[in-house]
Design a protein around this ligand. Structure first.
Ligand code: AHM
Ligand code: MG
Length: 346
């Protein structure tokens, strides 16, 4: 080694969990096990995502592949991998997944005292799966609130975002990353495929305090309420000494849009509009985990009116409008919504 180059300390996810997370008051080996289980499932999904373009040559979904196995759709495959990893891990008493209508109670033969609850969007960004554009997995972890042992219930899943003990996502992009928080800042880990380990690559991520990017499906413009239209008019205007007009960056995968804005600055908007009076995105496994990450990175997450994490959920798959970004930008949007929207948001 060159004498002037000092070796950099490489921290694996495993080491990070041991050194950092296990110091937290609620931390137990059980909790760390869930992160490991999710990481393992994500590696399996990553492997399949990397092969997705080969499906046409190796067999269409629904057909049998060369090994005589049925080729599954990637979102179904991802769901199965995560459910299986969490079931085998034995620390989770109930799971809520975007792919399953009802909550999935988990019978743990080894550990009937499993006390964690996981909510999942196993493969987010469905429209981008087949076109080689970044997609992701979003997760949120709570503690069980119902008494007793054995499987948990829907009540355990319907907790406010403020009760999350951990939230994060995997992004399957030009590299595969895990970004998560346990309420003690946000850290990012990049998968080194050659050794199959997630390595700490982004320590204590903070969302940039200024913003000149917006991520929004503007194709819906005609259906937007006046508040968001006026805000868009404002950010596209050109003024002396200002960062306006803003640029648009919209991928159509929440994970990818969010990740970009988290690292580079920008606001993510999925508003309510006439066709979707409750917005599109799901509170329990899209909005809440991203809200926890946003706040832990120093930003603000709302439905245009109220803090996302304060919303009382009533249904596993309920939707919400979603605004994620730095505090001053989300506050500015609120001002526009308050001033121009006659309709209530929810
Ligand atoms: P999905 O769970 O079916 O993938 O839908 C959620 C996705 C998000 O990833 C993304 O932010 C949004 O839908 C994009 O929606 P639209 O195509 O309406 O812009
Ligand atoms: Mg989704």
């Amino acid at each position: 080694m060159h004498p002037n180059i000092s070796p950099r300390k490489v921290v694996t996810l495993e080491q990070f969990i041991i050194e950092r997370e296990q110091q937290l008051p609620f931390a137990t080996g059980e909790f760390s096990q869930i992160i490991r289980d999710l990481g393992l499932a994500a590696k399996m999904v990553n492997r399949e995502v990397n092969k997705a373009g080969l499906v046409d040559i190796l067999g269409f979904t629904g057909e049998e592949n060369v090994q005589g196995e049925k080729v599954q759709k990637l979102d179904i495959f991802a769901n199965l991998q995560f459910l299986q990893a969490l079931r085998i891990g034995g620390q989770v008493c109930v799971i809520g997944s975007e792919e399953n209508e009802e909550v999935i109670p988990v019978e743990n033969s080894q550990n009937s005292e499993a006390k964690y609850v996981v909510l999942l969007d196993p493969l987010d960004g469905s429209s981008n799966i087949d076109v080689n554009v970044s997609i992701g997995t979003i997760f949120s972890i709570y503690r069980r609130i119902t008494k007793g042992n054995g499987p948990g219930t829907e009540q355990d899943c319907l907790q406010k975002g403020t009760e999350q003990v951990c939230a994060g996502y995997f992004i399957y992009g030009s590299s595969t990353m895990l970004v998560y928080t346990t309420g003690n800042g946000v850290n990012g880990f990049t998968l080194d495929p050659s050794i199959g380990e997630f390595l700490l690559s982004h320590r204590d991520i903070k969302i940039p305090a200024t913003c000149n990017i917006y991520s929004l499906n503007e194709g819906n413009y005609r259906k937007f309420y006046p508040g968001i239209k006026e805000y868009l008019r404002h950010i596209k205007g050109k003024y002396e000494n200002s960062v306006r007009p803003y640029s648009t960056r919209y991928i159509g995968s929440l994970v990818a849009d969010f990740h970009r804005n988290l690292l580079r600055g920008g606001v993510f908007i999925y508003p309510a509009f006439t066709d979707r009076p409750k917005g599109k995105l799901r509170l329990m496994y899209e909005a809440n985990p991203m809200a926890f990450l946003t706040e832990q990175a120093g930003g603000m997450a709302t439905n245009g009116e109220e803090r996302i994490m304060d919303l009382q959920p009533t249904q596993l798959h309920q939707r919400t409008p979603l605004y994620l970004g730095n505090v001053s930008e989300v506050t500015l949007i609120h001002e526009y919504l308050r001033k121009y929207d006659l309709k209530k948001i929810n």
